[in-house]
Design a protein around this ligand. Structure first.
Ligand SMILES: *[C@@H]1O[C@H](CO)[C@@H](O)[C@H](O)[C@H]1NC(C)=O
Ligand SMILES: *[C@@H]1O[C@H](CO)[C@@H](O)[C@H](O)[C@H]1NC(C)=O
Ligand SMILES: *[C@@H]1O[C@H](CO)[C@@H](O)[C@H](O)[C@H]1NC(C)=O
Ligand SMILES: *[C@@H]1O[C@H](CO)[C@@H](O)[C@H](O)[C@H]1NC(C)=O
Ligand SMILES: *[C@@H]1O[C@H](CO)[C@@H](O)[C@H](O)[C@H]1NC(C)=O
Length: 503
């Protein structure tokens, strides 16, 4: 009878008590939860089969892509042992077919993906998952031999051909290599050993080398242990390099971080490099080959950059600068335990120029040199270099810096008969090392001999203001703030899109 009356009351909604409504809502809530759980279960099951929808991860890119594929779709195996060279090549070939239909993104999923050299495509994104590691093959045969760069005329380490880099691209537009801080590991040990033992017949591979391309982005990655340089964009324009962590042992040869080479409109931001060579080395070709090719690096903007390089520089300009380097703006810099801060390297035969260089807002701790210029840097691609080809080094501006525990503030050596001119250094405060305190410590690799002066300038000219310790007399003291451009480069204005990837 009670049950009956209850049933009756259910059919009469206007008699519902508050209790009954809340009971009903609870049931509905349970039902909803059940349905939602079911949906999640179905989608998880689906993701195993079709790799759709496990997790939606945001990432920043110059362009989002319409199509998505996974390395595993092309036979990839992330076991750290199986070679994925064929899988990468098949994936890129396949996905390049949709370049004109919204482009494609290739996901490198969690795992360890061994591979030899492979190429990228236009309107293409390589996305390396946070838990993914691309492992570079240690077999020379996985890096086909290619011609030297026309602006170099020779491999840097041996005449003639050179090994392809791990990830390459030529004549591309709109190409992105990114991830959630996923890793590309060059496994360079074997190459460093062979190089030191002079057992290599060709120039070592780089980790990433992109040639003749425009709208290139490399970001949000960890790059490590490259056989040689880590990132080498060459003859490119509109290049964005951001949020990169580049790590190599500090005592291995030529593991430069980022080497913009004959590129126009490049920005490097918010990155961190620990390396056995220069953290950033700006280049533009070698002697007569670079002079003839005549492609400068210009409009390069560096902002938010940290470096540890006990054997080399925070930012080096040269030594290959024969196509010219101009309009470099760098700020928000930090160097720790590094050989030098800003270094210009050039020599007789290089030709070209380094001009309109602006650096401000830098902190440096434990340095051999803060400012270093070498007009006697050697190394020629062949005997064809022109001893009359003298570089023009002018309008170099350094300001607003502090440095501590420094051996030498400025060692500025120009070229006899070809002085470096219009050097300006202002508002720079340097604390020299406390020799007594450091006696037992070794801060630098290599021997330190002889008496060092805080400044030593030859064949250079310019001005200085508010510099401690007082600059060399070649930099005439004058009330001045060194220049820094007030305009903003177009590459600095490029905004990245928020995109999503399902993994
Ligand atoms: C490659 O591209 C074609 C379309 O051109 C497509 O049918 C095929 O499924 C793609 N994927 C693989 C794994 O081959
Ligand atoms: C790149 O483009 C140049 C000029 O259009 C051409 O000569 C060269 O063969 C191309 N290289 C590749 C690898 O596509
Ligand atoms: C990326 O990974 C490296 C290596 O594990 C780490 O040092 C770095 O802090 C990470 N960066 C970010 C932004 O997560
Ligand atoms: C001098 O440089 C420091 C940074 O080292 C900066 O904070 C300060 O504003 C600069 N002073 C002037 C007058 O520009
Ligand atoms: C100063 O620099 C010149 C030219 O590089 C060099 O020959 C000389 O030995 C240096 N002097 C000192 C005291 O370091």
């Amino acid at each position: 009878m009670n049950a009956m009356s209850n049933t009756t009351s259910y059919t009469k909604p206007h008699y519902f008590s508050i209790d009954l409504i809340s009971f009903f809502l609870q049931i509905m809530e349970k039902l909803l939860t059940f349905i939602l759980l079911g949906l999640v279960f179905v989608s998880t099951a689906e993701s195993r089969d079709h790799k759709s929808f496990k997790e939606q991860i945001p990432y920043s890119a110059i362009n989002c892509r319409k199509h998505i594929a996974y390395l595993t779709d092309f036979g990839g195996k992330g076991d750290g042992v199986t070679s994925n060279s064929a899988a990468f090549k098949a994936a890129v070939a396949n996905l390049s077919k949709v370049a004109s239909d919204g482009g494609a993104l290739l996901v490198v999923p969690p795992g360890k993906w061994l591979t030899g050299s492979f190429g990228l495509a236009s309107h293409f994104t390589l996305y390396i998952h946070q838990k993914a590691v691309i492992l570079a093959s240690q077999e020379e045969s996985d890096y086909p031999l290619i011609d030297p760069l026309p602006s170099y005329g020779s491999g840097r380490e041996a005449p003639g051909k050179r090994f392809s880099s791990l990830i390459v691209g030529t004549n591309l537009t709109d190409v992105v290599v990114t991830g959630g801080n996923g890793t590309i590991d060059g496994q360079g040990e074997i190459w460093w050993k062979k190089f030191k033992a002079k057992k290599l017949k060709h120039t070592r591979p780089y980790l990433i080398e992109i040639l003749h391309s425009t709208h290139l982005q490399i970001s949000d990655l960890t790059l490590t242990n490259s056989p040689s340089w880590h990132i080498h964009p060459t003859y490119c324009s509109n290049v964005i390099l951001e949020r990169l962590t580049i790590l190599a042992p500090v005592d291995v040869p030529n593991t430069d971080g980022i080497n913009p080479d004959s590129c126009t409109d490049t920005r490097i931001r918010d990155s961190y490099v620990v390396s056995g060579d220069d953290c950033i080395a700006v280049k533009s070709g070698w002697d007569h080959h670079g002079i003839n090719y005549a492609k400068p690096t210009q409009r390069l903007s560096i902002r938010g950059f940290t470096c540890i390089s006990p054997k080399s520089a925070l930012i080096a300009l040269g030594s290959e600068m024969s196509g010219g380097i101009r309009d470099v703006r760098a700020e928000g810099l930090r160097a720790l335990n590094s050989e030098s801060g800003i270094r210009i390297k050039t020599g007789v035969g290089r030709g070209g120029y380094v001009k309109d260089i602006y650096v401000r807002d830098a902190e440096m701790y434990t340095m051999k040199y803060v400012f270093w210029m070498n007009g006697d840097y050697g190394g020629h691609p062949d005997t064809g270099f022109d001893p009359k080809a003298l570089p023009e080094i002018t309008n170099i501006n350094y300001r607003d810096m502090v440095a501590k525990n420094v051996k030498i503030v400025g060692a500025l050596s120009g070229i006899k008969g070809d002085a470096f001119t219009n050097i300006c250094i202002s508002n720079v405060t340097v604390a020299l090392e406390n020799k007594e305190k450091n006696k037992e410590k070794r801060f630098f690799i290599g021997e330190e001999k002889g008496k060092k002066l805080p400044w030593n300038c030859t064949d250079v000219g310019g001005v200085s203001s508010k510099v401690t310790p007082k600059a060399c007399p070649e930099l005439v003291e004058k009330e001045v703030d060194c220049a820094f451009p007030t305009d903003t480069l177009a590459i600095d204005k490029v905004k990245l899109n928020q995109c999503f990837v399902n993994v």
